[in-house]
Design a protein around this ligand. Structure first.
Ligand code: ADP
Ligand code: ZN
Length: 717
C-alpha cells in the first residue's frame, strides 16, 4: 500500500476504511482484532451475523505491505458475493473454486503469484488439495470463515474443515484468523484447538440484535401460519422476508399456499435443479420477488440488508441455527421481526434426525435448549444471550414475553436456595438431583452422598417437582446457572448466580402455569400494528431505493452491492448535494462515489427542489478522487465511461490549479521531453505531428506541467 509504514497503524487503517468502504469509524472490537492480526497473532472472532467480521480480515490483508490473504469459505455463492463486493469497492479480489473453469482458476492463480490479488477466496477442499502449490505464494494471512464448521461440538460440523488444522503446522509464522457468528462456549474453545492456534487473540462480540422483535407461537394451524406470512409481506411492502421450513415439501407447500393467496414468492431447497435454485436466489437478491420459502440450505452469508422478517414454520434443531437464520433479518439495524411457529410434531421429527445423526446426545441436548427457548415465559432475548454465555440481567422489552408479560414473581429466594444447593454438593449435580435435594426426597443416591444432611435439604419442599423443574429451567435460561454438556450436564453457578446468593443481585421469574392452560394461549394476542412510512427522510429513502434498483439492473449486480439500506438511510438523512458531501455518507467508498454518486445526487437534488444537474466541478472532482486513489488516466476513463482525452483535459486543469503536483502517473518523462522539444522547435506543423502520436490533451498536459514548473521556479526566487 502507498501509505508510509511509519504512520501509526490506527490512522493507516482508518484511511483505508474510509477509502475502500466509506466508513469513518470502526465498530467496537474491529480495530483491536486488526491490530492483533497485523502483529502476526492468531485470532478467534465471534460476532453475530451482520456484526462486521469481513473487515477484520480484509483490512489486515490491505495493510500488509504485499502478499495475498487466503480466505476459506464453505459456499461458492458466498465467495462470489464477497469478491464482487470487494471489487466494487476497488479491492483486487478473486475466488478459486470448482464452479469455474480450470483455465479461469489458473489465470487467477497466476495473478495471485504476480502479486495482483490481495484477497483470494477458496473452499476448504480446494485449499487442502492445493496447499503445496500455494506454499510459494506470499501469504499475508489465512482467514477461516464459518469456523464453527470445524468443531464436532458445533451444529454444522463439516469433515472438510478438519484438515485445516494443518495450516498452522505448514505456515507457523502466518496469522490465522477464525471467524464465526454462532458458537457456544465449548465450540469456541474447540475451534482454537482444532486449528492449532497459538495463544489466539479472542474477540467475543455481543450477540444481541436488539432491533429484531422475537415472537413464538405454539401449535398454530397451517392457515394461521400462512396468514401471518401474508400479513408480514403486506406490512413491509418494499422489503423482503424468508419463510424457513423443516423439509423440502414444507417449503414447496408454503410457496404454493402463498401463490394461491396472491403473494409472489420463490422456493429454494437443495432438492431443486441447480439452475432453478440459482434463478430463485437471483430473483430474491435482486428484489424482483420479496418472499423466499426455503429450507436451511438457503441463506448462509446472504448479506441482503433489507430482509425485514424471518418466519420459522417449524422448530429449528438448535439455537445456533435459529439465531443465525433470524440474524438475516434487519442487518441494516432497522426494526425487523422474527416469528417462530413450533409444534410437538416438529420435536418428534427433530428427535428422529438427532437419532440418525451419529451425534445423538449432543444433538438431543441442543434440541432441548431450542425447545425450551420456544416454550419459555421469560424474556426470550435473555434466553438466547445466556445460551451464548453473555450476561444480561434485564429484560429486553422487544419480545412477546416482554411486550405482553405473563405473571411475574420475585424469584430471588428460590434462586438462593437452588444456588446454595448446588454449591453445598461441591457443584457435582444436575437438575434432577438438585430438585430431589430441595424437595427433601429420601432417595438412595442422595443418602449415599450424605446430602440429606445438608442445610438446603428439603428447603424447597413447598413446591412440586414440576414447579422446581420449570423454575430451574428459567434460572438456566436467565444465566443463574450454566449447563456443562461436556461434564454430565452438571449445573455450574455463574457470576450472576453468585451475586444472587450473596444478596447483591435479584431475579424475577414468570409464575408457574400448569401446561394445559399455558398451551396455545400465545396464539391469539399481539396483532402487530400497521406500517406507514410518512416523514420526508423515509420518502427520500424510498426514492433512493428506486435509483438503486435501476443502477443494479443496468450494472447487472444485486442492489445491496450497490449500496446497503443503511447507507441509503444515511444518504436520505444527510441529503448530500455535492460529490464531497456524498463521500461523507457512511458506506460510500471513493470508487462507488464516482461510479454511482451522480445518479443519487440527481435524485436528492430533485427531491430538495434544487436544479437537477450536478453542481459545476463535479466531474473534475470525480477524476481527482480516482486519481488520488491511485488509478491511471486510462483506468479512470473506463471507470467513468468517458474518453481518455476528457480525463486528460481534467488532469491538465488540475495541474494548472496546482492541485495535482506529481505527474509521473499521467505523462512519462520521455513523452514530456518529446512534446516540449517538438513544440519548442517552432515547426509550423508541430501540433499536427504530435497529434498523430498522442491524445490532444496529453499535449495540454505537457504545457500545463511546463507552466507549473515555471510557477515553482518563480515562487522560489
Ligand atoms: P458479517 O460477516 O459479520 O455477517 P459483514 O462483514 O458482512 O458482517 O458486515 C455487515 C455489514 O456491516 C456490511 O454491510 C458492512 O459493510 C457493514 N460494516 C462493517 N463494518 C462497519 C463499520 N466499521 N462501519 C459501518 N458499517 C460497517
Ligand atoms: Zn424480552
Amino acid at each position: 500500500m502507498t501509505t508510509l509504514p511509519s504512520t501509526p497503524l490506527r490512522s493507516r487503517a482508518l484511511a483505508l476504511l474510509a477509502k475502500f468502504y466509506g466508513y469513518r469509524s470502526f465498530r467496537p472490537g474491529q480495530f483491536e482484532i486488526i491490530e492483533a492480526v497485523c502483529a502476526g497473532r492468531d485470532a478467534v472472532v465471534l460476532m453475530p451475523t451482520g456484526g462486521g467480521k469481513s473487515i477484520c480480515f480484509q483490512l489486515p490483508a490491505l495493510l500488509a505491505e504485499s502478499g495475498v490473504a487466503i480466505v476459506v469459505s464453505p459456499l461458492i455463492a458466498l465467495m462470489q458475493d464477497q469478491t464482487q463486493a470487494l471489487i466494487a469497492n476497488g479491492i483486487p479480489a478473486a475466488a478459486i473454486h470448482s464452479h469455474q473453469s480450470e483455465e479461469e482458476n489458473r489465470r487467477i492463480l497466476d495473478a495471485a503469484f504476480a502479486g495482483k490479488i490481495r484477497l483470494l477466496y477458496t473452499s476448504p477442499e480446494r485449499l487442502n488439495l492445493e496447499l503445496d502449490r500455494w506454499a510459494r505464494l506470499r501469504i499475508s494471512l489465512f482467514a477461516i470463515d464459518e469456523a464453527h464448521c470445524i468443531s464436532q461440538w458445533g451444529h454444522d460440523f463439516r469433515p472438510d474443515y478438519t484438515a485445516l488444522g494443518q495450516i498452522k503446522e505448514r505456515f507457523p509464522g502466518t496469522p490465522v484468523i477464525a471467524l464465526t457468528a454462532t458458537a457456544d462456549r465449548l465450540t469456541r474453545d474447540d475451534i482454537a484447538s482444532q486449528l492449532n492456534l497459538r495463544n489466539p487473540y479472542c474477540h467475543l462480540g455481543s450477540f444481541d440484535r436488539p432491533n429484531i422483535t422475537l415472537r413464538t407461537f405454539a401449535n398454530a394451524k397451517k392457515k394461521q401460519r400462512m396468514d401471518y406470512i401474508a400479513h408480514l409481506s403486506r406490512k413491509y411492502p418494499q422489503d423482503s422476508g424468508i419463510a424457513y421450513c423443516i423439509s423440502r415439501k414444507g417449503a414447496e407447500d408454503t410457496h404454493a399456499a402463498l401463490q394461491a393467496m396472491g403473494i409472489p414468492s420463490v422456493c429454494y431447497h437443495a432438492g431443486m435443479p441447480a439452475a432453478d435454485r440459482a434463478r430463485s436466489l437471483r430473483a430474491f437478491l435482486d428484489g424482483a420477488v420479496r418472499v423466499c420459502c426455503a429450507t436451511v440450505a438457503f441463506g448462509m452469508g446472504i448479506d441482503k440488508s433489507n430482509i425485514r422478517w424471518v418466519v420459522h414454520n417449524n422448530l429449528p434443531p438448535n439455537i445456533e441455527s435459529y439465531y443465525q437464520e433470524i440474524g438475516r433479518a434487519g442487518r441494516d439495524g432497522l426494526p425487523a421481526e422474527a416469528v417462530l411457529f413450533h409444534s410437538l410434531g416438529d420435536v418428534i421429527t427433530l428427535e428422529k434426525f438427532a437419532d440418525d445423526s451419529g451425534r445423538r446426545a449432543i444433538n438431543l441436548e441442543k434440541l432441548n435448549r431450542m425447545r425450551a427457548f420456544a416454550e419459555t415465559r421469560v424474556c426470550r432475548r435473555r434466553v438466547l444471550l445466556s445460551y451464548f454465555s453473555e450476561e444480561r440481567t434485564c429484560d429486553c422489552g422487544n419480545c412477546d414475553n416482554c411486550i405482553a408479560p405473563p405473571e411475574r414473581i420475585d424469584g430471588t429466594v428460590l434462586a438462593q436456595k437452588a444456588v446454595s444447593g448446588v454449591l453445598r454438593t461441591g457443584s457435582r449435580i444436575g437438575v434432577f438431583t438438585l430438585v430431589g435435594i430441595l424437595r427433601g426426597q429420601m432417595r438412595s443416591d442422595i443418602r449415599r452422598e450424605g446430602w440429606d444432611s445438608l442445610k438446603t435439604f428439603g428447603c424447597g419442599a413447598d413446591l412440586s417437582q414440576d414447579e422446581w423443574n420449570d423454575y430451574l429451567r428459567q434460572m438456566i435460561q436467565l444465566g443463574v446457572f450454566e449447563m456443562a454438556y461436556d461434564d454430565g450436564n452438571r449445573l455450574r453457578v455463574t457470576d450472576y448466580g453468585m451475586r444472587i446468593v450473596r444478596g447483591t443481585d435479584s431475579l424475577t421469574l414468570s409464575a408457574y402455569v400448569a401446561p394445559t392452560t399455558a398451551r396455545g394461549s400465545r396464539g391469539k394476542k399481539a396483532e402487530p400494528e400497521s406500517y406507514v412510512p410518512v416523514d420526508p427522510t423515509t420518502q427520500l429513502f424510498e426514492q433512493l431505493k428506486t435509483v438503486r434498483t435501476d443502477i443494479a439492473r443496468t450494472e447487472g449486480m444485486p442492489p445491496y452491492l450497490v449500496f446497503s439500506d443503511a447507507t441509503l438511510m444515511d444518504m436520505a438523512t444527510r441529503k448530500p448535494s455535492t460529490i464531497d458531501e456524498m463521500l461523507a455518507v457512511n458506506g460510500v467508498s471513493e470508487k462507488k462515489a464516482v461510479r454511482f454518486g451522480r445518479r443519487f445526487l440527481g435524485a436528492i437534488r430533485k427531491f430538495m427542489g434544487l436544479s437537477a444537474g450536478t453542481p459545476q466541478g463535479t466531474s473534475l472532482r470525480e477524476t481527482l478522487i480516482l486519481f488520488n486513489a491511485g488509478d491511471t488516466p486510462a483506468v479512470i476513463a473506463s471507470t467513468r465511461n468517458l474518453k481518455l482525452n476528457t480525463i486528460l483535459g481534467h488532469l491538465a486543469k488540475l495541474i494548472d490549479e496546482d492541485i495535482i503536483t506529481t505527474y509521473s502517473r499521467i505523462i512519462t518523462r520521455q513523452q514530456y521531453d518529446d512534446i516540449t522539444t517538438t513544440l519548442a522547435s517552432g515547426a509550423p506543423d508541430a501540433f499536427e505531428t504530435l497529434g498523430q502520436r498522442y491524445e490532444s490533451c496529453l499535449i495540454s498536459i505537457a504545457q500545463a506541467v511546463t507552466r507549473a514548473i515555471a510557477r515553482k521556479k518563480a515562487s522560489r526566487t
